[in-house]
Design a protein around this ligand. Structure first.
Ligand code: PEP
Ligand code: MN
Length: 264
């Protein structure tokens, strides 16, 4: 298989904008769950950049559980992301929810996110892969590691080697956390694949307090990076406020990660 370590021993490095992910160092992607306005996005982007994040995240197309919840600003959101990229100097990753959005998202984004709910949307994987853009592939809510790697295989098979895997928590019987963050998956992926793997402790826990220890643990486990939700005013967020960090908390977390990254 193209994803397997047996086929390729050296770690794959994926460039997002000018930022290398995988192979060496720790890359932090951060920003709001959803792009809500240019002011909100700019404020979040400036804060995460000042704290040391290298890549901006923000959803313009949102996969929401309820059809009545905020669905995202769509192309307007992509335009805001592109303007803020220029203003702040951070490349960005944003989700494509449907094959019909892939070309549009690829026009703007530095990397295309495939969400957990779409991990096995094989047409979407192939079309996103065919754009040649780096793909951030989230693990499905109830996907085994083998199924996740086979989803990545679809993208590699489409001729695009630039895949970043993202562990974001899976469904278990546990209810104290929103999902169960499977940090062992990081070590399993590292053993079996050359692809970079990052961790999303925001969706993985559902609670901003838990993001701090799980982010440290992910780095200790050998993750190549993190993707973290940060909002200038989490209490007023239109999406995922309870798991979003205040900019000051994010800044503190970045300080805590440095010594852990040095130790691994
Ligand atoms: C997100 O990153 O905002 C998101 C919806 O992630 P996931 O697909 O992992 O739920
Ligand atoms: Mn979210």
């Amino acid at each position: 298989k193209l994803v397997s370590r047996e086929l390729k021993e050296t770690p794959t490095m994926v460039r997002v904008g000018g930022v290398p992910v995988g192979g060496r160092g720790l890359v932090v992607m951060a920003g709001p769950c959803a792009v809500e306005s240019e002011e909100q996005l700019l404020s979040a982007a400036r804060a995460v950049k000042a704290a040391g994040a290298q890549i901006l995240r923000g959803g313009a197309f949102k996969p929401r559980t309820s059809p009545y919840a905020f669905q995202g600003l769509e192309e307007e959101g992509l335009k805001m992301l592109a303007r803020v990229r220029e203003e702040v100097g951070l490349p960005f990753v944003t989700e494509a929810v449907d094959t019909r959005d892939v070309a549009l998202v690829a026009e703007y984004a530095d990397a295309i996110q495939i969400g957990a709910r779409n991990m096995q949307n094989f047409r979407l994987l192939k079309e996103a892969g065919a754009t040649g853009k780096p793909i951030l592939l989230k693990r499905g809510l109830a996907a085994t590691i083998e199924e996740w790697l086979m989803a990545a295989e679809y993208i590699l098979d489409s001729g695009n080697p630039n895949v970043i895997l993202c562990e974001r928590g899976i469904r278990t019987f546990e209810t104290a956390t929103r999902f169960t963050l499977d940090l062992a998956a990081v070590a399993v992926v590292k053993e079996n694949s050359h692809l970079p793997v990052i961790v999303d402790p925001s969706h993985g826990t559902g609670s901003w307090r838990l993001v701090l220890p799980m982010a440290r643990a992910a780095v200790a486990a050998g993750a190549d990076g993190l993707i973290i939700e940060v909002h200038p005013d989490p209490a007023r967020a239109l999406c995922d406020g309870p798991q979003s960090l205040h900019p000051e908390t994010f800044d503190r977390l970045m300080g805590e990660l440095a010594p852990v990254a040095l130790a691994v």
